[in-house]
Design a protein around this ligand. Structure first.
Ligand code: TTP
Ligand code: CA
Length: 367
């Protein structure tokens, strides 16, 4: 049987690199892209930063004021996130990738798997050259650099990719896969978070090699059948998930910060109505119908809550979103005594009438 040759491409410091692309003079300066909450000039969080800024200790998720403090005295440049622009760049690169792969699976705005088995005739030697060719082509046409991991399946390609960034290329041949994984900590595997890591530690499992040797039956007892088998296979470098085009975006959402914390329904609805305008427009552009309307709020104690309503039949109009958002907020305010700080609206459960169009829409993906 022929080897599969799978690549994962992950764009380097993506949002910040996009900003460098349209402002070439900032390339050697620390560059920070932030989500500004709009309250005070500096409130918000770092979305990402270039590697120059990272040297000063700037990290994704860090409060912006802290990033500013770390970069004090430098000629750092700060930007507001511009998802639309990053998506345009991303779409151009994905289109180029399509020409190089039999199957392309875009997993986020800056990551995609390419099945290139046929193109390189199952050869990992050829895969190295082929990866360089794709990198050079995208660099020439779009001007963006990225990192590629190559492996016999998606699992190995992903971990290979993470092992050397930026502008990296790491190739793991099938016969090297187990040894490559063996010394790594278990949390490098997709699906092994903090809780699972702790649980595994209690069982004496620290590295992927420990996990690979662990009794599979016992893993099933602890984690359930599906997860137990997944952990066992993954640790043994076994992954048969095909590279396949993903379906629709699962939801369309918008989120915003209120000018002040409040429990006033009219005040909240004023904001959510604005958000709904945007959502309704995107729903119409994409020719979608939705089955579920949800609200999202961050309260004064910074806890977040969501509430959803499933419609009796598919809808596509703005009024349905407005009406259900209103009734969800009315109900929520009746249940909670806290003031509301941020609000969001989301529609999901799509079906489509018109041909698909590619666009990534994130799930309440602001900080
Ligand atoms: P990542 O691929 O995690 O990070 P990156 O591309 O900035 O850096 P690199 O891959 O070189 O390590 O995330 C992709 C984009 O997603 C990133 O450019 C900005 C966005 N993002 C956030 O908005 N918040 C976050 O906390 C993270 C991790 C990423
Ligand atoms: Ca990236």
């Amino acid at each position: 049987m022929q080897n599969h040759v799978i690549m994962l491409a992950d764009f380097d410091y993506f949002f910040a690199q996009c900003e460098e692309l349209r402002n070439p003079t900032i390339k050697d300066k620390p560059v920070v892209v932030g989500v500004y909450s709009g309250r005070t000039e500096d409130s918000g969080a770092v979305s990402t930063s270039n590697y120059v800024a990272r040297k000063y200790g700037v990290k994704s998720g860090m409060p912006l004021f802290l990033a500013k403090r770390k970069l004090e005295g430098t000629d750092a440049v700060f930007f507001h996130v511009d998802h639309e622009y990053y998506e345009q760049i991303s779409n151009r690169i994905m289109e180029i990738f399509r020409g190089y792969a039999t199957n392309l699976e875009q997993v986020s705005v800056d990551e995609a798997y390419l099945d290139v088995t046929e193109q390189v005739e199952g050869s990992f030697e050829k895969a190295g050259e082929y990866a360089q060719k794709i990198k050079a082509d995208v660099k020439r046409q779009v001007g963006i650099s990225f990192t590629i991991g190559v492996g016999p399946n998606k699992l190995i390609a992903k971990i290979a990719c993470d092992s050397q960034k930026p502008d990296g290329l790491t190739i793991i041949k099938p016969e090297e896969a187990e040894a490559f994984l063996a010394p790594l900590p278990v949390d490098r595997l997709l699906g092994v978070g903090k809780k699972t890591t702790t649980r595994m530690e209690q069982m004496g499992i620290k590295t992927i090699s420990d996990l690979a040797k662990y009794d599979c039956q016992r893993l099933i007892e602890v984690f359930g059948k599906a997860l137990g088998i997944y952990f066992h296979n993954a640790a043994n470098a076994v992954d048969n998930e095909p590279v396949q085009e993903q379906g629709e975006a699962e939801s369309i959402s918008r989120i915003g910060t209120l000018k002040q914390d409040t429990r006033d329904l009219a005040f909240i609805l004023q904001k959510t109505n604005e958000l709904t305008e945007d959502i309704a427009q995107e729903v119409a552009e994409k020719g979608l119908s939705f089955k579920t309307v949800s609200i999202y709020m961050v309260l004064t104690d910074l806890s977040s809550k969501t509430r959803s309503i499933t419609l009796e039949q598919l809808a596509k109009d703005k009024e349905t979103i407005l009406r259900n958002t209103r009734s969800l907020f009315e109900k929520f305010l009746g249940e909670s005594t806290l003031e509301v700080r941020r609000v969001g609206v989301k529609v999901s459960g799509f079906s489509r009438e018109e041909p698909r169009q590619k666009k990534l829409t994130s799930f309440f993906q602001t900080a």
